[in-house]
Structures are given as structure tokens and as C-alpha cells.
Design a protein. Structure first.
Lengths: 801, 396
């Protein structure tokens, strides 16, 4: 594990956000550094443990990573790093890395050579394509790979195998961001820039626990809050998070009631005339739909449904309605809850009716959940067509076919790509027989875990897992491929404000581990995939080759990389797309002229019915072509699929902790991070604890209609009737009671983005005993929790909803 | 737990669940346009509007039931189940909108929507092939609904009835969106249904009902034989107990009809009872008219005489007429009438025994139809009545 010696500029566990550098206008530099030994050299890279995307240098000595430091000149973080960035890199050197391919023989995974493993994969692949067709194949990937790998994956899956069953775990975290941007603005891609936080007059965070999930961005906001002209802060979160504590107005809706709340806010704005009629007239269409959809949501009604007091709603509306500039952010509290896309679109609508978009200090961030989720989406590995093209537009299909030199008819564009939950449904029903899972752990991260694990263990489903560790998913696989990870390979990442970084290889992968890019190229070669001239379909073997093809593929689209190169990225460090001959240094904001990507020949989809997910046809869209105007889309209320009742009287919401990322595959291997948050827990309201007979640290059974977990209790931090469990934790692999939060969650998803509902399930609680040492975590965490009660700015393990 | 929880609390004690549900339901309520009471309207128009109102009410009831049926059948495919439920709440909403209109115009009953419904959604449906069959059947119903709303909207405009026009326009738009969803589902499901070699076992296992209430999921192959047998068994056993020949050949077709086509209007209780009664009376009338009272019988004497031929001819015509007059068309009644016309039943005792059998099979059959057809509060099984979904499905 991690060496103890070395130095650090700050203790990012005890002080998550570091010392303040108050500002307004331009964020000062503060370099955070953590080394275990003196580095021989520094290699340019980027942090991949949250979606903010901090530029970092990786210190190397003796062929090992020995430390990290923030890049002072980087536009994203100006030298800073968060706790995951400072301590998470030790995962690379873990002793339990996978170093050799494994093949299941007689029920056990046994070491094998690469040649044996790939031959088995290819033999099964060829047989299944012959006997069952290409749609028997599926690829379930990640938000953890690099741009070049997603691009190669899209090519191999869509033009090689020709299957539409391709999706990423980004479906769980970021699909709604993409859908909301597309529905409103015509294509994916953030309109604004992180620098908008430096100058804005107000910040509106909806379901986004920024303090826990993008700690460096929250440091940026804290620096604004403590500088001159601090922005006014409005936070929507059912939990009293760090951000909520700093907010001028904190709205705490019951889980599942985002849409009523947002409709209520917009209704007040419209009623008071806090709108920019000129902008609405010139740059948007269908404002009327918003007037009618928000009409029923009077403040009293919003209060009854969401539990948010009408006066608080009015107070929030006044800030949002009168501020001259505004930055809004949405994250999982919106994306993983009910009516996800519909709600996220209402935040876009807020900016559209106020005309607050495309100018400094005014934008909306539909944030991403993972470091390279933007790339998954750009490259078409997340169910979108490559480079934000439109599946239903023959011209766009032809463009792609031309770059790849394949017949347009070969690409499976007649149906939208199958989303993650449907891939598992089809595997359950036997349509999908060959599933390659790249760099993700669905046996912990998907809802209704019991069902997912049963599917992965099915005899007639051939499962390939490429990962760096023996995850819960890999343990169920037929073939396990050891993967090289960040630091051991080169590739690009793009963050939520369109900033592209090059993460360069610093060390060699351990043992026989290889980058996923190599595996995909190897698979394509062995399968004999050809282009239309009979040449190999994949024309590269290294990341730079893939990047060169991607540059060409992205040309002319919003995510235009055509004027970027590895050399330029190495020299400049961070470049925003679009990067074209007209904007060789990248462009900071989209839509500055109020012209959006909505024209029928340019848009990414023709849109959907926000209530049902029904696709709008090309003809319907063309008949009302917005021609560059943004689309205001009102959304009516759709009732929840499950609701608390006498048997299950509490609403469960799930989320992340500051110190962990996803299923802890990496962060669980850092001693510091693991010690800060070693075990799961359930958080419940202090008002609910006495009736249940539960005190802090008691073991509590949490039960839903689908499963149960037993975890220690933490009292406080949520509204009565609501409970919270972090979902990072699987079960401990023993016969102990289960602890994986996703045993409780329900199989359900947003009709448009298909993002599953993790934030909403009815549960019952009962006390079963006392945790071994009477504390929800080890002494250190408990100590900090006690301290947190005494200090106004506590640093206790905070959680994203 | 230290103290027992009150299980009647519909929500968490700290939350006024009822108020929350009320508000959520109210937010979807329709804000009616004022009807212009004095607009001059031709008197004859009222009846025409009532006819189409009756038709659209019937159609929306059937559409709501069909959507619930599809949601239940494919509950493991969340995409289908959740959206079908949402769309069913829309149909329920339309029925609520229709109340003030039917109060003003009245409505005429229309059996045709039931006929249409009975032709759809039958057989064994699971896996993507079953999903495809069900959503394409939905398309047929939805399209009919959409066109009927269009008829009403156009009529409302012509009649300058602002309320009718507004309701019909909104509902028409909903129907358009329902159809768009169906179309999208067909697009999504078809590749898997057609191009992928089906794993019947896997598909069957993955579409088994999660709840025992999903009787709609039982395939006809199991349901049909079992329930037809149950009908005859109960009738026969009761006949044995009563010591009277309650089992007659014409009950066979009735049992089959109820077992396999429970949604068909001719299988309704009234049709069964009045249909057989009409057939019985028609048979006796025909025997009298043809003067065949003393003639040899076909079943007993194994001969066919002219007067029996004449009686049979008259009987079948009278049976159909009786069915039309009583609004009780029931094809198996034709067997009853022939039984009488050909001499199988000659006495009042025999006729009473037959009617006793008819009554038993009607009662049993209606129960089975109710279970299979979801006449018993279809929405109840999909969502508890005090949930928001339940309330929205139960608006009417």
C-alpha cells in the first residue's frame, strides 16, 4: 500500500478544500502537492477521480508513481487538488492489481496467456455472430477510459460487430446531462466555462453536492463567497450538505419532487415578469408550453408536494429572478431522481427565459459524474451517435461512414443505441449472449443488485471483464483481462466545461496488464474486421493514431477537435473545444450570439416527449425547425412509480462521499481515503430516531420491496421521513449481512435519458443491534464528526445526493 | 423497535401524505374552459354529439384497461410498464374531463369499442415478440381514440362549444403523444424481436409475473381449458346435487366463449342469460308455428322430418331477432334454440332445467371474466388506491 514517508502541502483529509484564496474575477494560484518520495521527473497528466478535471503532474521515481501536484497554470484548478486526487493515485501500486488474464475453467478463474484469452473471446464472438447475429453482442463501458479508447470502441462495436448494444456506466451518472442539453440547445456540450464562477452574481445548485463531489470547484466557490461581491447562493438538496449550510436559501424537497419545485420557481418568475421578453422572442421557441406546464404549481401546492415552505420558494425565486448574472449547476440529485430530464430542462429554461446564457458569469452546467464522461458521449460510446451527430439524419450517418470508410448501411442506426438497463434486460431474456464490460463494476453500481448479479452469473451469457482489479463483477466473468489504467497509458480526457487534457503515460503497467485500446485493436484484428476496401477497419494501434482519426471525425461538429494535437495539448496543457482554425486556442463559451445548435440539419436528435420518451420524428421537427433558437420545453408532472406507505414509510436516497469514487475500486485502496470513510452507514433525521429506538452507531436494517441491508446509523442531516445511504460499498464478500445500497433501489429510469432512479425508493427501518465499537466508522471519523459539531465549518464526511 | 408503528399511516408521520397526494393530483387537474350556454345549436346535433361522446368514453375505458394489462404483462420491462401506466393515467384523466360534457349532452352506449378490444391482446404474449404484439395492438386502440377525439373537436368547433373543443383538443394531443410512444416502442423492440434468435425459455422466465395478481399474464393455453372445464364442472355438480339435467349441449359454446374471449361483448352476463332465454322462447315459438309439436325428434328418433326443418329455420331467425331486440347477442343461444326446434327439449321442466344451468354458468362465467378481464378495479392491482398513481388511475 501507500508509502508513509514523503511530504504534502496540506492534509486534504482533515481539510478537504484547503486554505482560502478569496477573489472576484480571476482565481489565484495555490499549488497542492503530495509525494511519498522525491520524484525523478514529473509527467503531465490530469486527475480522473471526479468530473471537474484538475490538471496535475505525476511524480515518478524508480518506475513508480511517487506523488502528484496540481498544475499551477491549468485553467481548471490553478494548482489545487482535492483529497481523492492527492491520495487516490496509490491504487496504481496496489499489490492486488490484476496482472494476468484469467479464464473460467470448471467454475474457477485460472491464469491464462493473452493469446488463450483473446482466442477464447474471438471464438465465442464468431460463433455467436454466426448463430445469433451481431445483436447477440453488447459492450458496457465506462466514464473512466480515455477519449481514444471510446472512439476505438465505437468503431469496433458499430462498424465492426455492427451492434447497437453499446452503452457506458455514464448512463448512471451523466446521461441526463446530455439529454437535457440536447433537448434545450440542440446538441450536447456545456454552454459555459468554469471561469463563469469567478464573476457571477448568483449560483443555483440543484441536486449537486459540489462540496463533496467536485471539491476543487467548491473551493473556487468558497473563495468567491469569502471575497469581495460574493455571489448569492441558492441550494436545492434534501440533505443539509456543506453547500446547503453556506446557502442564502436552502430548499430541501422530498426525494422525487424536483419537477414540482422547479415548476413552482419558474411560475413565480413568469408571474412577476422576471423574464427577458426580448431574448425569449428572439432566441427561443415555445415559451407557451412553459406557461401552461408551470401554471398549476402554485407555491402552496409546491409546499404540499415537496415539503418546501412557500416563503422559501419565493425567496429563492426573488434571487434567481433578479440577479443580473447566474450560474446554475445540476447533478445526480436531478439526474438520478424522478423526471430527470424534464427537471434538468427546467433549469435550462430558467436561463433561457431570463436570457442568462452565453455571456460571462451566466451559464448552466449540466455537470458530469465521471472524469471522462464527456468523452464517452462525444465518441458515441454512451448511446449517442459519434461527435454529437444525429442517428436519424442520413447526412450525418454518411459523414461518419466516410471517415470510417464503411458502408453507411453497416452502421446500426435504425434504432437508438440500447441503454444500460435494457442491455441487462436483454441479457436476462437471452437475446444478448456475449457481453464485454470495460472498466466498470455493475455488480455494485446498478440498481436492484440481486437481479444484476443473477444475470451476470447466467450460464448462457459469456461475460468478459477488463479491469485493473478483481471487482465484484470480474468475479462473475468468464474471461478477465488485466487493464492498464491512468498513469500507465496515454490519452485525452474532457471535463464538464469542455476542457481537454492529455494524460501522458508515466509508468509501465504491472505484469501483463494492457490498455483497453490494445485489447480492442487486438479483438478487431483477430475478428478480421475490414473497411469497405478490404483494409483493416481499425487503422491505428496507438492512442495518437486514434486521436488523429477522431480529429477528422469531429470536424464541423460542436465538439470540434480539428485544430488540436498531442503536441499542442502537451505544450498548452488544457484546451477547450471547439478548437478550430478560427479558434486555435479553443473557445471559452458556446452560444455567445444566442444562436443554438437546433437547426434540423445540425441538431443531435429531433428531441423527445419529456413525459414518455417518445421520439419526435424528422418530419415533425422539420415542420417546426427552431433554426438556431433554443427550445423551451415545459414538462407536466408524472406520478412516482413507488411511494412511501405503512409498510415502507421512509424515502431512501443514495449518494457519494467526499473520499470515495464510485465502487471504491481505486479510492478504497488508498489508506488515507479508506480510513476517512471505511464503512457504509444510513443517515436518518434526529426526529425519526427516537420512534425507531435508534441511537448513533446502532446497527439498523433497511428494507425495501427488493432487498435489505444492515448498516450502522448516523443521526441528523436529513429531513424527517428521508434516509440516506452512500452507494460506494458492495457487500463485504463474507456471510455478513449485505451492505450494498443498490440492493434496495428500484429498476426504473428516466423515459428520455434512461438514467436509473437511484435517489428514490420506499424503505422501512428497524434496529437490529449495536455496531461493534458503537460508532458508525472508526475512531478517526467519529472524532472528526464530534469536532464538526463544535465548529461552524466542519470537515466531516460530506455526501453528494 | 421500541413502540409499534401505526400501520394505517399512509406516509411517514412527519409528512402530511394525504395533503401531498391531494396537491399532486390537483396539479394535473383540468382547468375547464367556460361553456357558452347560449350558443345556438341545432337540436339534432345533441344526439350526434352524445353518440360520439359515448363512443369515446367506451374507447378510453378500454384503452385504460389495455394499458394496464400491457403494463402488468411486461412489468419486467420497465420501459413498457412504467410508460403504459403513465399513459393509462392520461386516459383516466380524459374520462374525468368528459363528465361535464356527458352531463350536458348525454351519451349513447356503443358496443363497437368492446368488439374492437376483444379482437386485441389475446393469446400468449411474452418476450420481445409479445411486447411487440401488445404495443401494436395498443396502436390500433389509440388510433381509434385519436380519431374519435378529432371528430369531437371538429364538431365542437362547428357548434361553437368552447368546452367541447378544448377538451377534445387536449385529449387529441394526448392521444397523439400516446401513439408517438407506441411508435417509438415498436422501433426499439422490433430489431430484437425479429433479428435475434429467441431464447423462448429465457424470455418466458424473464417475463413471469412478479406478483400473483397478474392473472392477465397466464397464457390462453392454460387459462382457456382450465376455466372452460371449471364452468361445466360447477354446473354439472350442482345439477347432480339438484337431481336435474342442468348440463345441456348448448352450454359448451358458452363456456368456450367466456374462457377464450372474455372481452367480447357477446360473452357478457346479460348476453349469456338473455341470449339463451331468447333462444329457448324462440324455439318453442317456432315449434308451435311449424306445427312440429308431435313430430319425431332428431336426437331421439334419429330421423329428420320437414316440420322440424321448418321449425329450425324459424327458430334461428327468431333467436337473432330476439338477440337484437334484447341487445343480447350470444351465438351459443343458437344451439339452445335448435335443441328446442329439433325436439331435444319439449317440456317446461326440461326448459327450466336448461335455464337453471344457464344461470349457474352465467354467474360462474361472469366471475371468471371479471378476474381475467380486470373488471374488478383494474388499477387497484397496479397501484394502491391511496398512492398518487392509484388516485390518478381512479379518477373515474
Amino acid at each position: 500500500m501507500a508509502p508513509v514517508a514523503g511530504s504534502q502541502t496540506r492534509d486534504a483529509i482533515a481539510d478537504v478544500w484547503g486554505p482560502r484564496t478569496p477573489h472576484a474575477g480571476s482565481w489565484p494560484v495555490r499549488v497542492d502537492e503530495r509525494t511519498a518520495a522525491a520524484p525523478e521527473r514529473w509527467v503531465q497528466s490530469v486527475c480522473v477521480l471526479c468530473s471537474y478535471g484538475c490538471g496535475m503532474d505525476v511524480g515518478v521515481a524508480d518506475g513508480q508513481i511517487v506523488g502528484v501536484r496540481g498544475r499551477a497554470e491549468d485553467r481548471v484548478n490553478r494548482g489545487r487538488l482535492g483529497p481523492k486526487g492527492m491520495y487516490g493515485w496509490v491504487a496504481n501500486t496496489s499489490a492486488d492489481r490484476l496482472t494476468t488474464p484469467l479464464i473460467r475453467r470448471r467454475g474457477r478463474l485460472e491464469p491464462a496467456t493473452w493469446d488463450d484469452a483473446m482466442q477464447l473471446i474471438v471464438a465465442r464472438s464468431k460463433a455467436d455472430i454466426r448463430d445469433y447475429g451481431p445483436s447477440s453482442h453488447a459492450f458496457y463501458n465506462s466514464g473512466q477510459l480515455f477519449l481514444e479508447e471510446y472512439y476505438t470502441l465505437a468503431l469496433v462495436a458499430e462498424a465492426g460487430v455492427a451492434t447497437a448494444h453499446v452503452d457506458g456506466n455514464t448512463r448512471l451518472c451523466t446521461a441526463t446531462a446530455a439529454s437535457a442539453l440536447i433537448e434545450s440547445f440542440g446538441t450536447d456540450g456545456a454552454p459555459g466555462s468554469y471561469t463563469d464562477f469567478d464573476v457571477t452574481d448568483a449560483i443555483f445548485m440543484v441536486g449537486h453536492n459540489m462540496a463533496a463531489t467536485q471539491t476543487v470547484l467548491w473551493a473556487r466557490v468558497l473563495d468567491r463567497l469569502e471575497g469581495p461581491n460574493p455571489p448569492r447562493l441558492v441550494v436545492v438538496d434534501p440533505r443539509r450538505t456543506q453547500a446547503a449550510r453556506r446557502a442564502e436559501v436552502h430548499l430541501a424537497p422530498r426525494p422525487g419532487t424536483n419537477l414540482p419545485l422547479l415548476n413552482g420557481l419558474l411560475r413565480i418568475l413568469i408571474e412577476r415578469g422576471w423574464i427577458d421578453s426580448r431574448f425569449i422572442h428572439d432566441h427561443t421557441v415555445d415559451f407557451e408550453s412553459l406557461v401552461s406546464s408551470t401554471g398549476p404549481w402554485t407555491p402552496d401546492r409546491v409546499e404540499a408536494v415537496s415539503g418546501v415552505p412557500a416563503a422559501d420558494l419565493e425567496a429563492a425565486a426573488e434571487i434567481l429572478g433578479t440577479t443580473p448574472t447566474l450560474v446554475s449547476t445540476c447533478l445526480q440529485g436531478v439526474y438520478q431522481s424522478l423526471q430527470a430530464t424534464a427537471s434538468a430542462v427546467q433549469v435550462n429554461n430558467l436561463h433561457l427565459i431570463r436570457g442568462l446564457i452565453g455571456k460571462p458569469g451566466s451559464t448552466v452546467f449540466q455537470m458530469n459524474g465521471q472524469p471522462t464522461a464527456q468523452n464517452t458521449r462525444e465518441c458515441g460510446a454512451n448511446g449517442e451517435f459519434i461527435a454529437f451527430r444525429n442517428w436519424n439524419n442520413p447526412e450525418h450517418v454518411a459523414q461518419t461512414a466516410k471517415v470510417w470508410n464503411v458502408e453507411p448501411g453497416k452502421l446500426p442506426t435504425w434504432t437508438p443505441p440500447t441503454h444500460a438497463m435494457q442491455i441487462f434486460h436483454l441479457a436476462e431474456s437471452g437475446s444478448i449472449r456475449w457481453l464485454w464490460i470495460l472498466a466498470t463494476n455493475p455488480a455494485v453500481s446498478l440498481p436492484e443488485l440481486g437481479r444484476i448479479r443473477k444475470i451476470l452469473a447466467k450460464d448462457d451469457l459469456f461475460v468478459i471483464v477488463s479491469d485493473a482489479f478483481m471487482t465484484e463483477t470480474a468475479a462473475l466473468a468468464d474471461v478477465v483481462l488485466p487493464a492498464a489504467i491512468w498513469g500507465e497509458k496515454t490519452g485525452c480526457t474532457t471535463n464538464a466545461d469542455r476542457t481537454v487534457h492529455l494524460s501522458e503515460q508515466a509508468i509501465e503497467p504491472p505484469g501483463m496488464a494492457r490498455p483497453d485500446l490494445d485489447m480492442l485493436v487486438d479483438y478487431a484484428t483477430r475478428m478480421g474486421f475490414k473497411d469497405r476496401d478490404g483494409a483493416p477497419l481499425v487503422k491505428w494501434t496507438d492512442p495518437e493514431g486514434a486521436f488523429e482519426s477522431w480529429r477528422e471525425c469531429s470536424r464541423g461538429r460542436p465538439c470540434d477537435y480539428s485544430a488540436m494535437s498531442y503536441a499542442k495539448l502537451h505544450a498548452v496543457g488544457a484546451i477547450q473545444w471547439p478548437c478550430t482554425d478560427a479558434y486555435p486556442e479553443g473557445k471559452e463559451r458556446q452560444y455567445e450570439d444566442g444562436v443554438f445548435n437546433t437547426s434540423a440539419e445540425y441538431c443531435e436528435t429531433y428531441g423527445h416527449d419529456l413525459a414518455t420518451g417518445a421520439a419526435v420524428t424528422a418530419e415533425e421537427y422539420a415542420a417546426h425547425d427552431p433554426k438556431g433558437r433554443a427550445m423551451i420545453k415545459g414538462a407536466e408532472y408524472v406520478p412516482p412509480p413507488e411511494q412511501p406507505d405503512g409498510d415502507f414509510p421512509f424515502l431512501l436516497t443514495t449518494g457519494r462521499l467526499t473520499y470515495h469514487f464510485h465502487t471504491r475500486t481505486k479510492t478504497g485502496r488508498s489508506r488515507e481515503l479508506n480510513a476517512a470513510a471505511p464503512t457504509p452507514f444510513v443517515e436518518l433525521a434526529s426526529g425519526d430516531a427516537p420512534a425507531l429506538g435508534v441511537s448513533d452507531g446502532d446497527l439498523v436494517e433497511v428494507k425495501s420491496r427488493r432487498g435489505h441491508v444492515v448498516v450502522p446509523a448516523r443521526i441528523g442531516g436529513v429531513e424527517p421521513g428521508v434516509v440516506f445511504i452512500p452507494w460506494h460499498y458492495g457487500d463485504d464478500g463474507t456471510d455478513n449481512a449485505p451492505t450494498a445500497a443498490n440492493r434496495l433501489t428500484l429498476t426504473g429510469w428516466d423515459p428520455v435519458s434512461k438514467q436509473p432512479h437511484f435517489k428514490y425508493a420506499a424503505v422501512a427501518l428497524s434496529r437490529v443491534g449495536r455496531h461493534e465499537n458503537g460508532e458508525p466508522g472508526p475512531a478517526r471519523l467519529a472524532g472528526r464528526r464530534r469536532r464538526s459539531e463544535a465548529t461552524p465549518e466542519p470537515a466531516h464526511a460530506d455526501v453528494e445526493r | 423497535m421500541t413502540e409499534p408503528r401505526d400501520d394505517r399511516v399512509p406516509w411517514h408521520p412527519a409528512v402530511d401524505g394525504k395533503k401531498a397526494i391531494d396537491a399532486a393530483v390537483a396539479a394535473t387537474a383540468y382547468d375547464p374552459v367556460e361553456a357558452a350556454p347560449d350558443a345556438p345549436r341545432p337540436a339534432g346535433a345533441k344526439k350526434s354529439v352524445a353518440r360520439y361522446l359515448g363512443q369515446v368514453v367506451e374507447l378510453e375505458v378500454h384503452l385504460r384497461e389495455a394499458l394496464i394489462l400491457v403494463a402488468e404483462r411486461h412489468e419486467r420491462n420497465y420501459e413498457v410498464a412504467q410508460n403504459a401506466t403513465t399513459l393509462a393515467t392520461w386516459s383516466s384523466e380524459h374520462l374525468a374531463w368528459l363528465v361535464p360534457l356527458t352531463d350536458r349532452y348525454g351519451r349513447l352506449g356503443d358496443p363497437r369499442p368492446a368488439l374492437l378490444r376483444s379482437a386485441l391482446f389475446s393469446g400468449t404474449r411474452f418476450g420481445s415478440v409479445g411486447e411487440l404484439a401488445d404495443v401494436t395492438d395498443l396502436a390500433v386502440l389509440v388510433q381509434k381514440v385519436q380519431l374519435t377525439w378529432m371528430i369531437l373537436r371538429q364538431g365542437g368547433r362547428e357548434l361553437h362549444d368552447a368546452e367541447l373543443t378544448d377538451v377534445a383538443s387536449r385529449a387529441h394531443d394526448h392521444a397523439r403523444r400516446q401513439l408517438a410512444w407506441v411508435t417509438t416502442m415498436v422501433e426499439h423492440i422490433s430489431p430484437d424481436a425479429l433479428a435475434v434468435v429467441p431464447d423462448r425459455r429465457g424470455q418466458l422466465l424473464s417475463s413471469l409475473p412478479q406478483r400473483p395478481t397478474s392473472i392477465s399474464s397466464i397464457p390462453d393455453l392454460v387459462w382457456g381449458p382450465a376455466t372452460a372445464a371449471i364452468q361445466l364442472l360447477i354446473t354439472g355438480v350442482l345439477g347432480l346435487v339438484a337431481g336435474s339435467p342442468w348440463l345441456v349441449p348448448s352450454l359448451g359454446p358458452t363456456a368456450v366463449l367466456v374462457a377464450l374471449m372474455p372481452a367480447h361483448p357477446t360473452a357478457r352476463a346479460w348476453n349469456t342469460f338473455a341470449g339463451h332465454l331468447g333462444g329457448l322462447l324462440a324455439g318453442f315459438a317456432a315449434v308451435w308455428l311449424a306445427g312440429a309439436a308431435g313430430a319425431p325428434t332428431v336426437m331421439g328418433d334419429h330421423v329428420l322430418v320437414a316440420s322440424r326443418v321448418l321449425a329450425a329455420t324459424i327458430a334461428i331467425a327468431l333467436t337473432i331477432l330476439a338477440g337484437a331486440v334484447l341487445r343480447a347477442s350470444h351465438p351459443p343461444a343458437a344451439a339452445t334454440t335448435l335443441l328446442v326446434a329439433l325436439g331435444g327439449i319439449q317440456t317446461a321442466d326440461q326448459a327450466l332445467a336448461l335455464m337453471a344451468g344457464v344461470v349457474v354458468i352465467t354467474v360462474v362465467g361472469e366471475g371468471l371474466r371479471g378476474i381475467r378481464m380486470h373488471r374488478l378495479a383494474p388499477a387497484e392491482r397496479l397501484a394502491p388506491r391511496d398512492s398518487i398513481v392509484g388516485r390518478l388511475l381512479h379518477r373515474i
